[in-house]
Ligand binder design. Sequence first.
Ligand SMILES: NC(=O)c1ccc[n+]([C@@H]2O[C@H](COP(=O)([O-])OP(=O)(O)OC[C@H]3O[C@@H](n4cnc5c(N)ncnc54)[C@H](O)[C@@H]3O)[C@@H](O)[C@H]2O)c1
Length: 318
Amino acid sequence: MKALVTGCAGFIGSHLSESLIENDIEVIGIDCFTEYYDRKLKERNISSILSSKKFTFVEADIMDASLGQYLKDVKYIFHQAGQPGVRGSWGKEFDIYVKNNILVTQRILEIVKDFEIKKFIYASSSSVYGNIDELPVKESQLTKPFSPYGVTKLAAEQLCNLYFENHGIPTVALRYFTVYGPRQRPEMSMSKFIKDMISGNCITIYGDGKQIRDFTYIDDIVKANLLAMESPVEGEVFNVGSSRPIKLIEIIKILEKLVGKKANIEFMHKQDGDVRETYADINKIESLYGYKASIDIEKGLYNQLDYFKSTNENLKSH
Ligand SMILES: NC(=O)c1ccc[n+]([C@@H]2O[C@H](COP(=O)([O-])OP(=O)(O)OC[C@H]3O[C@@H](n4cnc5c(N)ncnc54)[C@H](O)[C@@H]3O)[C@@H](O)[C@H]2O)c1
């Protein structure tokens, strides 16, 4: 069995690739190491699987890679490549979001329509919803993105759906709610909180800290992808969250306990594009896939903190 994972060197793509290999699935991973964050971190993400006989790494930009040659015998495509982050998606940078989120997705779908695949799983985002009054949010909610990033993720999700409707590509879109855990991207809130806390720096919170996020542990995201792969359900979108929303300020309190230090917090103006609350209704994925969110936030944060400490030690000793 063979799968293609785009964005395989990223936070989510690397965990997913690892898990597929553990499940005895051959993985072709493609990544071009975009400049969004340090290439070294991405190289480290795939360092444990690079030597696996079941992993083939292709360093290429999806926009100009000859994808067809990698698709032979591929049954599953996990499209994780993308330009993440809400705050950076304004202004001039929007071009990069259009390219890496919309154009790239269209290009893959256009090529894939000539191949027989079993499932095309797209990494969508809770950002497609925008600010919602009625929470927890269901998949049937009208989508009204609140950031340029959200617009590009929604456009790509719609492309998946129209290639399903017109060409029968068996697509599924998983709307991830803020993902955390080991290897989380360095600009994401928990990564920054952990780094600042350990190094004794002031922690910056944009807004009053009372904004609510439905944090989803990386293992649950991987699990949702595997369930989507195995299930016959196609042409659908699913929320993937923990459905246990928590205030940002509570995250700091948990970290204070775990690190054994009081945090120094600086509150700054809320950033454009940041929504007030995210909170997933996960009934659909629970009932159609048998998904269950596993780890609680204390344990998940402990794992992320542990990973940060061990990799920082590694970096120091090199
Ligand atoms: N992390 C989250 O909380 C979250 C939440 C919702 C949705 N998502 C989506 O999940 C996916 C993975 O997110 P992540 O947090 O792992 O981000 P990431 O930046 O760590 O990983 C994305 C990877 O895609 C690669 N990539 C981007 N454009 C490419 C291109 N044109 N060709 C080849 N490779 C390319 C990047 O180099 C990177 O390694 C993204 O599509 C993101 O929008 C993430």
